[in-house]
Design a binder for this molecule. Structure first.
Ligand code: SF4
Length: 361
């Protein structure tokens, strides 16, 4: 049986067209759009401004929600991790991170991931499937409602990061559609300037993003400064090696505003990519391309069966100091939610193993 139409996959204009096909006026579609995104209602029954007959009709053909929360963990530091599932039982991980200035939601663009980064648990699931625009947007609705209450505006606005499961640029069209829906002033009104998308290095999409007028910020997951090591840690490097990646970044740089920098994420793996020499290689690589770069040093979240341990904090500080001495702005990301399965993919991997009947600790 076909699943009901998920209204969250429609832009406001598409919703108007959808309603027109059933003979409903545009203002009804706009009421529903506001119900879905301004009031963040997840059922038609809750949209009491609509006539009862219309609510019943919508219920019979469509849905205002296609994800359900399977489990939810709250960390000592306030971080909330959600394992959601799609209508066809695929895992989706989302994280709400309270911050001093502005809270952040980290969303997934795919269930599982086709890339094989060796420091990532999601990689072990393989690609289950790409998420629809509606499933991307709904993660934000669920996390906002959970954190602030249904329909309550985030008091200081919200930042979004596309750094959860999946490679966002391998689901480019749905991702961009989701960002468009979220930016609508009649809805969530989260503009692309509040969104950062992290890619493992899908070069053609980096070039394409650079040409888009209203685009999100970009972060590149690097993890190594030589092709030899990056081939091993992030096999996507065999397809788009560092020279290709950095020349795409150089082109992307032209689209930056004054003062903005190209952001690189560098996960710190003890004894693998964190030596003084590797810090110098990284600085030289970025400087050789003349990039206005910023490096975020990311603490690795260890999890069985990943073969890595996080670099000790003194090592991370030394690495940072070397980068800075060579003129590269660098920051150390604070680990969050370490007590609640912090590694990306950990909840989904536990779930898949449970489904397969494997005992977990
Ligand atoms: S790090 Fe990101 S791109 Fe790499 S396997 Fe994990 S989810 Fe996919």
């Amino acid at each position: 049986m076909e699943p009901p139409v998920n209204l969250l996959t429609f832009t406001q204009d598409e919703l108007v067209e959808f309603f027109a096909r059933s003979g409903e006026p545009a203002y009804r579609a706009r009421q529903v759009f506001a119900g879905l995104y301004q009031r963040r209602l997840q059922s038609f029954a809750a949209m009491t401004a609509l006539p009862k007959a219309l609510r019943a009709h919508l219920d019979s053909i469509a849905t205002a929600s296609s994800l359900s929360i399977e489990s939810r963990y709250v960390s000592e530091d306030g971080t909330r991790r959600f394992l959601m599932k799609t209508h066809d039982n695929r895992p989706v991980e989302t994280v709400f991170i309270p911050e001093e200035r502005r809270d952040t939601i980290c969303f997934s663009s795919q269930s599982g991931c086709p890339l094989q980064c060796t420091f990532c648990l999601t990689a072990q699931l393989g690609l289950l499937r790409s998420l629809t625009a509606g499933e991307i947007v709904e993660q934000i609705i669920i996390a906002l409602n959970d954190a602030y209450g249904v329909g309550v505006k985030p008091p200081r606005g919200i930042n979004l990061v596309g750094m959860g499961a999946g490679e966002p640029f391998l689901n480019f069209d749905e991702l961009m559609k989701a960002l468009g829906i979220m930016a609508d002033p009649g809805g969530l009104f989260i503009v692309p300037n509040r969104v950062t998308i992290s890619t493992a290095g899908v070069v053609p999409r980096i070039r394409e993003l650079a040409t888009m007028p209203a685009r999100p910020h970009l972060a590149i997951s690097l993890a190594a400064a030589t092709d030899e090591l990056r081939d091993e840690l992030m096999p996507i490097n065999k397809k788009w090696p560092l020279e290709d990646l950095l020349s795409a970044c150089k082109e992307f740089e032209k689209s930056l505003k004054p003062g903005e920098r190209v952001t690189f994420e560098y996960v710190m793996l003890n004894g693998v990519n964190d030596s003084d020499q590797q810090a110098r290689q990284l600085a030289n690589l970025l400087n050789r391309h003349g990039l206005r770069a910023k490096v975020n040093l990311i603490p690795h979240n260890p999890a069985d069966p990943l073969p890595y341990v996080p670099s000790p904090s003194e090592r991370v500080e030394m690495f940072k100091a070397i980068l800075e001495s060579k003129g590269i702005h660098s920051y150390v990301r604070r680990p969050r939610g370490r007590d609640i399965f912090a590694a990306c993919g950990q909840l989904a991997a536990r779930r898949e193993n449970n489904l397969a009947g494997v005992a977990l600790n």
